[in-house]
Write a protein that binds this ligand. Sequence first.
Ligand SMILES: CC(C)(COP(=O)(O)OP(=O)(O)OC[C@H]1O[C@@H](n2cnc3c(N)ncnc32)[C@H](O)[C@@H]1OP(=O)(O)O)[C@@H](O)C(=O)NCCC(=O)NCCS
Length: 174
Amino acid sequence: MTITIHQIPPSDFSAIVDPLSEILFQCVQTGASVGFIQPFSKHEAHHFWTEIIYPALKTGHRHLWAAKKGDQIVGTVQLDLPWAPNQVHRADVSKLLVHPGYRRLGIAGQLMAELLETAVKLERSLLTLDTRTGDTAEPLYLGLGFEVAGSIPNFCRAPDNDVLEATTYMYKIM
Ligand SMILES: CC(C)(COP(=O)(O)OP(=O)(O)OC[C@H]1O[C@@H](n2cnc3c(N)ncnc32)[C@H](O)[C@@H]1OP(=O)(O)O)[C@@H](O)C(=O)NCCC(=O)NCCS
């Protein structure tokens, strides 16, 4: 299976917003802790991309990638550039999402490789991210050279259960 990774400029966003919404919806449906709780609708997924992400993409403070298998979008990731003048050396990794039907095929790894390459080009010497403690993303990030800064208990509500869960903060010195 050939996977290609594409950086998405704002002008191409509207063409892929529906598949991005579908991936987010499917990830949350299958238990991903990525900011949302059940019940979670496709409408909310679409709203997230159009109202939260698209404006940031247009400012240039956020970079967005999509992984494609042929014409089908199967994964995505973002790099968020802080606005603060004292933090122009760093960036945040967010919303690494792979469609549940295409997991363990190296797609997240390919998305992250592109993101890391861009971070180098943008002269970002520090990357940060957070992920639910114990999630499958943790070994993935460790494998990419991220280190654990620490874990914060009760950070966010579980997507499908009324309990508070811990988040692990990670960083990578580039
Ligand atoms: C986490 C996620 C992005 C991984 O995507 P993926 O395309 O399946 O990951 P890859 O195939 O590139 O995996 C790369 C490595 O990460 C680790 N990894 C990925 N999924 C794993 C799992 N379920 N269990 C243990 N390790 C895992 C492995 O080391 C893997 O290498 P290997 O397959 O050679 O053993 C995907 O499971 C996902 O979208 N989850 C829901 C959303 C989410 O939680 N995103 C992270 C937010 S911080």
